[in-house]
Design a protein around this ligand. Sequence first.
Ligand SMILES: [Fe+2]
Ligand SMILES: [Fe+2]
Length: 170
Amino acid sequence: MEAEAIPSKGIFDSANMEARKHMVELLCKAYWMEIETVVSYLAASVNLDGVRAQEIKESLSDDVEEELGHAKLFAQRIKELYGVVPGSEDFVAEQGFLQPPEEQTDIVHVIRGVIEAETGAIEHYTRIVEETEGVDPVTQDMTIGILHDEQGHRRLFEGFLREYELEGAI
Ligand SMILES: [Fe+2]
Ligand SMILES: [Fe+2]
C-alpha cells in the first residue's frame, strides 16, 4: 500500500526552515526601510519652507502614516514567521540622500530623495515578491499590496518633479 503524501505546510514546513529564516531577514530589512522613511518624511514634512512647499509637506505628512502602517505589517509578519522584530540598536541608516537640505526651500532635493527612497523600496519588495513565489503566498500577497503603495508614491513624486522641471525651477 502506498504511503499517503504528507500535505505541505509551505513556509512553516520543517524542510523550509532555511527559507523561513531568509524571509525573516528580508522582512527585517524592509521593516528598517519603512522606519527610516518615516523618520526622513516626518522631518521633511516639517522642515520645508515656502508657499510651494505646502503641497509636498502635506503629501509627506500623509505618507508618514502610510509608511508606519507598512512597518507594522512587516513587523507582524516577522513575528508570524517566528522571527523577532529587531530593537533600535540594530538600526543602520542608509538614506544619506534624504538628509535635510542646506536651504529649507530646496524642495527639489526632497522630491528627488523621496523618489530614490521609493525606488529602493520598490526594488527590495519586488525581490521579496520574487523569492516568496511558490514558497510563502501570504508574505507575497502582503508585499504586493505594499509594493503597489510605493509605486503610487513614486509616481506622485515623479509628477511633482516633472512640474518643477517644466517650470525651469531647477
Ligand atoms: Fe512604505
Ligand atoms: Fe512609500
